[in-house]
Design a protein around this ligand. Sequence first.
Ligand code: DUC
Ligand code: ZN
Ligand code: ZN
Length: 472
Amino acid sequence: MKILIKNGLLVSPLGTSHADVLVDGETIAAIITPGDTTLGSQLESTVDRVIDASGKYVIPGGVDSHTHMELPFGGTFASDTFETGTRAAAWGGTTTIIDFAVQKFGERVQDGLSSWHEKAGGNCHIDYGFHQIIGGVDDDSLKAMDELIGEGVTSFKLFMAYPGVFYSDDGQILRAMQTAAGNGSMIMMHAENGIAIDVLVSQALAEGKTDPKYHSLTRPWETEAEAVHRAIMLARMTGAPLYIVHMSAKQAVNVLQGARDQGLNVFGETCPQYLYLSLEDHLSQPGFEGAKWVCSTPLRSKEEGHHEELWRYLRTNDLSIVSTDHCPFCFKEQKELGIGDFSKIPNGIGTVEHRMDLIYQGVVEGQITLERWVELCSTTPARMFGLYPQKGALAPGSDADIVIYDPAGRTEIGLEKTHHMNMDHSAWEGTVIDGHVDTVISRGKIVVENNEYFGTKGHGKYLKRGLSQYLM
Ligand code: DUC
Ligand code: ZN
Ligand code: ZN
């Protein structure tokens, strides 16, 4: 199938330009600038479809480098399967996800990865890759890190939180970082001091503080900033590159900024929930409602000014990526596991469908430029995780993953369950965005057009990733 996208404004991290895009099969065949007649003046009559993108932006499809489909957590599983989650992602203009395969404690890393391939294979609507969670650092799992690179898994996540579940101690982290420094892979870190948090949680519960808001109050910013500092020091000792996931506290990003200013290979991401939602307005809602917003790192106090500072750090590139940490749980029977004990509420918010819209709202509000929107949501995640220029670019030879975005449109999120994620509620209920995902193309196939869905399960392919392009 040949598609010609005409008259749109192409947006890349480097700027905007009026040009047409020719898609041939699964890839972009040409970017045609005004006046360029190399492909002949009759081009339109030789293609199968012409899409008029007048007045709209044409951008590379979104790359969400942090999702958790079907994650086992807190005695249940994240409620989106690879099928429902990737379909919802496509609806929202995300055409690639990188999900986290899990090595459970006591399991071989390779077996954890195989089970993720089984869950995702044949079920995805868009292309997907994997990071690997190392749930038990030992000689075997360190050896597996070397092996996985050949399978396209080039980043490994460790947890400084969740003792007894995913937690690694400093010695284990050091060893994994030494391995990463040796094989060129990236260490991704959930940076929160889980040992201190567990003490604060026990003390709060003993005092009868059981409501959802105590989830945030027992994870103060110091637990994040301290862990970020420690992770950076361990990375520095070993020479390993480090990527800190889901940063929410301005003080923690300040620590990261200091390390970046010294030239260390350390990177940070944040997520839409930390840019818009708060302890006061969401997590503290009456009764058990606040459970909808329990995630880790936690939502923080809006009075402390984290939102504004995180937007600023996105502008200065101290935060390089916006991912979602998509980890949805239904309210009924899943979030409800924590009634009477906030520590039993499964941690996670579902946003995979809304990231492109929510961060575009930052363009509307003057927080970031159009170019930065594309950089944060598509190009940098592709580069960071070894997918560029196959993904994250509008260029000849790149996969034809393309979003046509309508700045004159409007997106109402969550009303009457209009989203497509497998959740019985939305953390974003009532949010209105001045923009709309108009058309979505995944590897040359139109999957969303005129608010209709044409994607299919099984279209999405596994992406063998290369090493991070920020380390070369
Ligand atoms: N944080 C979440 O909110 N959910 C899953 C795991 C995590 O680290
Ligand atoms: Zn995490
Ligand atoms: Zn996560």
